[in-house]
Design a protein around this ligand. Structure first.
Ligand code: 5GP
Ligand code: ZN
Length: 116
């Protein structure tokens, strides 16, 4: 999609620090890291969010999760990590191109959510 910042990263029109790439997915460092390790893993194909993904996207979604540990270990989170996929308005997704945040580092990342 021409107006999408993550599609522009896929196309090389916006620079990013890539940490993994294959024919279907791309992983790069978040521009504003929340933890020592903060990588975004995206499908190269534009999918807006988990709310719009369909059955054809099953393989690429699986690939993102299947590669998460390898990416986390290679970036300095050898003892676990957290995967977050913010989705839509309620999930407070800011960039409308599906992405998994992989966050970690040497220390535990903190509580999952503040309880209501
Ligand atoms: P969301 O809130 O949509 O789940 O997360 C979007 C993430 O994308 C944020 O953590 C933000 O820092 C990151 N981000 C936004 N624009 C850019 C960019 O141009 N380059 C990179 N590397 N990360 C970005
Ligand atoms: Zn896109």
């Amino acid at each position: 999609m021409s107006d999408c910042i993550f599609c522009k990263i896929v196309d090389g029109k916006i620079p990013a620090k890539k940490v993994y790439e294959d024919e279907d997915i791309l992983a790069f460092n978040d521009i504003s890291p929340a933890r020592p390790v903060h990588v975004l893993v995206i499908p190269k194909k534009h999918i807006t969010s988990l709310a719009t993904a369909d059955a054809e996207d099953t393989l690429v979604l699986g690939r993102i999760l299947a590669k998460a540990n390898e990416i986390a270990v290679s970036q300095g989170s050898p003892d676990g990590f957290r995967v977050i996929i913010n989705t839509g308005r309620v999930g407070q997704q800011e960039v409308p191109h599906l992405h998994a945040h992989i966050v970690g580092g040497p220390d535990p990342v903190g509580p999952m959510l503040k309880r209501i």
